[in-house]
Design a binder for this molecule. Sequence first.
Ligand SMILES: O=C[C@H](O)COP(=O)(O)O
Length: 253
Amino acid sequence: MRKKIVAGNWKMNLNFDEGQKLTTEIVNMYKDENIKDVTVVLNPPFVHLFPVKKLVGNTPNLFLGGQNCSDKASGAFTGETSATMLKSFGAEYVIIGHSERREYFKESNELLTAKVKQALENGLTPIFCCGEPLEIREAGTHEDYVKNQLTESLFGLSDEDFAKIVIAYEPIWAIGTGKTASSDQAQEMHKALRDHLAGKYGQEAADNTSILYGGSCNPGNAKDIFSKADVDGGLIGGASLKSRDFVDIIKSF
Ligand SMILES: O=C[C@H](O)COP(=O)(O)O
């Protein structure tokens, strides 16, 4: 059975004290409000990983993830962070292929294939992001565009490795804009992606793959979006920086 997952992507926000405060609040609410059956992943900037891990401790179902990792194992790559390092600092997940990395850092599907490989080799669960820009949505070719992102970066994986992948569908036009996809638009794409995955890895594997929605998700719309059959949770940006909002989203299942 696939997991319900809510991941918070802090992006490049919060200083040390702010990160500590946010984490402390989330951990306390998470425990006090008796949250069950949802896997929660905090994805702070790299420098926060160690102190955030100390606060999270062994809280059940509360995990840490990176926002990116290098496609290389180690060596003279100034400014990079490897999957091995993330794992050694307590991360279990890593976001790969976020649209901001694809756009601002020119990350190609080919590069992302190498990052996925690094993550898997180091025991990290990739949260693999995909999603179309507005012009592709308006041209009506969004399903093919997003399916192609999966084909190019994931379809070389073995069945065993594919079983470890989490997908996050994030329409770029909905990220940070306050303009969320409707729950029907999310469901339509998630179903199309699941069918696409089934065509390659079989129906059972596709049915076991968690597909998260991301893009202006908030406590007001999460319940509707998460109620859809093929939506297994969310990748949350802005709202993950506010403890009350983030925990309310987690509680929207
Ligand atoms: O990684 C998170 C997504 O980019 C969504 O960001 P947002 O919730 O601020 O729209």
